[in-house]
Design a protein around this ligand. Sequence first.
Ligand SMILES: NC(=O)c1ccc[n+]([C@@H]2O[C@H](COP(=O)([O-])OP(=O)(O)OC[C@H]3O[C@@H](n4cnc5c(N)ncnc54)[C@H](OP(=O)(O)O)[C@@H]3O)[C@@H](O)[C@H]2O)c1
Length: 274
Amino acid sequence: MNTQRYRDRRVYVTGGSSGIGLSAARQFFRLGADVLIFARSPEMLQRVAGEIDHHRVSQDQRISWRVMDVSIREQVNAEVLEAVGEFGIPDIVINSAGQSYSQYFEQTTPEIFDSLIQTNLYGTWNVLSSLVPFMKTSGGHIVTVSSIAGLLGVFGYSAYGASKFAVVGLSQSLRDELLPYGIRVSVLCPPDTDTPMLERENLTKPPETTALSAGAGIMSPNDVARAMITGMEKGRFIILPGFEAKGIHLLYRLVPGLVEKIIQYQIARAQKGS
Ligand SMILES: NC(=O)c1ccc[n+]([C@@H]2O[C@H](COP(=O)([O-])OP(=O)(O)OC[C@H]3O[C@@H](n4cnc5c(N)ncnc54)[C@H](OP(=O)(O)O)[C@@H]3O)[C@@H](O)[C@H]2O)c1
């Protein structure tokens, strides 16, 4: 591992206190970057920043944290302004802050829908609309975090899928708009990943969704973060970690009718079993 590969590069990670964001923050730090993590809980941020610090590869490297709720635009604007002043304009931004929910459509309340859209879509919009004007002066790489459920509508993810499809559309527009400024955009679309979010999601997940998810495998957050960094370095727009996720996406693009039939068969089988 080249521990100086990201030396003097500044990396901002929203949702950096847990799961995929935490793994990404830790891996960039181990590759020599200065890392600033954001989330809502100061206790978690402080704890994980201390843990990340154990991975330092140079004396002058910085790991820092800030409390920020990505869904509150005014707070994001204020925090980003202060962060840029203190830490510097980021070279890399990972938008991992997010929330999930899996349930039948009719049991998904409007409040839950609002909350997912506020965090996943508005959250991404808020962070990027605050940071892009700064990044246009120096270039960089933005990664948004969607999901396999942002590329293929999945039973039980009506609210989550809607928020994550929107993130893909936003990212695709930004990719072309920001290219002239030397800012690359990638969208990470992981399959199920073993994080606290998945644990919470499993509490309400319909059996049909569980049956479908089984086909896409489950990854560790470290493997997802590693795949993300490799995908960024290869200049990929859509980054699909894992063999199963890549296979499903490719098959869906080539033979969507066949994939839909297989999905409907799996749903019917799960419904017979329940
Ligand atoms: N795990 C999966 O199976 C999976 C699969 C595909 C995609 N993803 C996506 O990957 C991303 C990370 O998920 P994860 O599994 O790593 O989840 P996680 O372990 O629950 O971590 C979520 C992180 O986001 C922060 N966060 C949540 N709401 C926030 C808000 N409003 N403002 C600021 N920070 C907020 C959390 O900290 P606080 O609560 O302290 O704010 C935490 O740091 C999400 O966008 C998720 O949709 C996950």
